[in-house]
Design a binder for this molecule. Structure first.
Ligand code: CO
Length: 242
């Protein structure tokens, strides 16, 4: 999983470098796919439940699962990129939000708070805490900053399959319907705050994939695959390239 995570994180970095005005989102998909294959990995998203690309590119009010297309990025676009890699049967899953030049201060702040939400959650990614302790930390950090967290999509266990138990919501469910296990050493989780500038409500577009905010306000996403240990959590989607 470290190796899968490294490739996924390097692919995320490459994708981020390609986010520039004038770049077509399907070009980013192609370049990332070629990188993953050159690293002897397999794009985990391609053909997953019929998904037609190797990455997700979600622009502005698109939250997640945006399908790469002929869309050209323009100045100020907020671009969330999600990448999954299979290596030797194990999966690394990660995402981050990038800006094509000229983004507003508001966009920068949304992206920074979303990343910080992940690190707030990570503080509770330790033996003895429960999944909901991660969820609460993420939700609190988003909401004290005036944002909302998406409820209809959640983080997840990850390993030999992309989606394994437990679900890792970015909010505290009341009343609780999901399992809320205690964290144990050896668990591998995809922790992925999806943070909206406005309402937490989202809908899926007619393409069957693209998730957008109901109010059309922007959204950001940040995700890493992590390992629960007896000490500090280890981030597996780490990029070794400077
Ligand atoms: Co994920």
């Amino acid at each position: 999983m470290r190796e899968a995570g490294r490739i996924a994180a390097e692919a995320r970095r490459l994708a981020g470098q390609l986010v520039k005005p004038g770049v077509v989102t399907s070009q980013i998909d192609k370049r990332v796919r070629e990188f993953i294959v050159a690293q002897s990995g397999i794009p985990a998203f391609l053909n997953y439940r019929g998904y037609p690309a190797s990455i997700c590119v979600s622009v502005n009010e698109e939250v997640i699962h945006g399908i790469p297309s002929g869309r050209k990025l323009i100045d100020g676009d907020i671009v969330s990129i999600d990448v999954g890699v299979i290596k030797d049967g194990y999966i690394g899953d990660c995402a981050a939000t990038f800006i094509a030049v000229g983004a507003s201060q508001a966009a920068n702040r949304l992206i920074e708070v979303t990343r910080a939400c992940f690190y707030e959650g990570l503080k509770f990614a330790k033996v003895g805490y429960r999944v909901s302790d991660i969820s609460r930390a993420i939700q609190t950090h988003a909401e004290v900053n005036g944002y909302s967290v998406v409820r209809d999509f959640v983080g997840h266990g990850v390993g030999a399959a992309m989606h394994e138990p437990p679900e890792v919501p970015n909010y505290v469910e009341r009343p609780r319907k999901r399992a809320d296990p205690r964290l144990v050493s050896g668990m591998t989780l995809a922790v992925e705050p999806m943070v909206n500038a406005g309402t937490y409500e989202v809908r899926v577009q007619d393409d069957g994939w693209t998730v957008v905010t109901m109010d059309g306000k922007p959204s950001a996403h940040y995700e890493n695959t992590i390992l629960i240990t007896d000490g500090e959590p280890e981030i597996l989607t780490v990029c070794e390239v400077p």
